[in-house]
Design a protein around this ligand. Structure first.
Ligand code: DGL
Length: 288
């Protein structure tokens, strides 16, 4: 069972009587989705948000498609139980490997980060590099999305297995992180890219490190910015934009709440209160 929340009663009432006041559910494997959360705060300050970090099972980027699909189903099932009005996959790996399937399975708007990121990238450049988790790079999701929009554009993708563990361990400013980043960027710099896409929501946390290694003319694309633009449009279209004051953001993780809270403070500027959620077979069996 998942732990109960002080917000549940309010949210039930909102979702039935005033659906626009229901929260947006966003999820990632860990702290990466906080880059999307920050954009939600900037662009949609009236929205209430439930953030889920699947920290017990990260990194996602070395998992199989079947595992990612199962985790994604469990999380969306749980978010639906929390009465969210929309889900944002603040995770490229889930967006690449599970978005199309779960969109057909759940009766709720679900947004992924890859298409908004690809659209933004083709507006910037013609020689596009994508850094991503191994699973996202292997899926070719960015390459396909970019080429479908702009067939003349060239795309190079690099899987970066070491980045997420380093970021989750808070080793952003460790000299080893810069060394690894240099190695990942080398083939892209050699191809003379003009644009680099953060193909993992964790990577904007590394922007100062990446910026110091890239030629200054290379534009950085953060899909988090653009998925929130798409979210705002979708809320408008569905008449679901909240015009009232939001509730405090609710945070839940599958791993250690204290660790997430301690790590999250630097990205959020406040110390989040974090609940622990354990998925049971019941949550999955409700769906299948
Ligand atoms: N931040 C996620 C992504 O955008 C997941 C990274 C991971 O857990 O490997 O892909």
């Amino acid at each position: 069972m998942y732990s109960s929340s002080i917000f549940e009663t309010n949210l039930d009432t909102f979702s039935e009587q005033e659906p626009q006041r229901a929260p947006i559910g966003i999820f990632d494997s860990g702290v990466g989705g906080l880059t999307v959360l920050r954009q939600l705060y900037r662009q949609l300050p009236n929205e209430s948000i439930i953030y889920f970090g699947d920290t017990a099972r990260l990194p996602y980027g070395i998992r199989s498609q079947a595992e990612i699909l199962q985790f994604t189903r469990e999380i969306i099932t749980w978010l639906q139980q929390q009465q969210v009005k929309m889900v944002i996959m603040a995770c490229n790996t889930s967006s690449a490997l599970a978005l199309e399937t779960v969109r057909q399975e759940f009766n709720i708007p679900i947004l992924g980060v890859i298409l908004p990121g690809a659209k933004a990238a083709v507006q910037q450049g013609k020689r596009i590099g994508v850094i991503a988790t191994p699973a996202t790079a292997k899926s070719n999701a960015y390459k396909h999305a970019i080429i479908e929009i702009a067939p003349e554009v060239q795309v190079w993708q690099v899987g970066c297995p070491e980045f997420v563990p380093l970021i989750e361990q808070n080793r952003i400013h460790d000299p080893y992180t810069a060394e690894i980043a240099r190695a990942y960027l080398k083939p892209l710099i050699e191809q003379e890219i003009d644009t680099l896409v953060h193909g993992c929501t964790h990577y904007p946390h590394l922007t100062p490190v990446l910026r110091s290694l890239l030629p200054s003319h290379v534009q950085l694309i953060d899909p988090a910015v653009h998925v929130v633009v798409a979210c705002a449009q979708e809320l408008d279209l569905l008449g679901l934009k909240n015009t009232h004051l939001p509730l405090p953001t609710r945070f839940a993780v599958s791993g250690c709440p204290k660790q997430f809270s301690q790590s999250g403070v630097q990205w959020l500027g406040y110390t989040p209160m974090v609940e622990e959620v354990c998925f049971t077979d019941t949550a999955i069996s409700q769906l299948h």
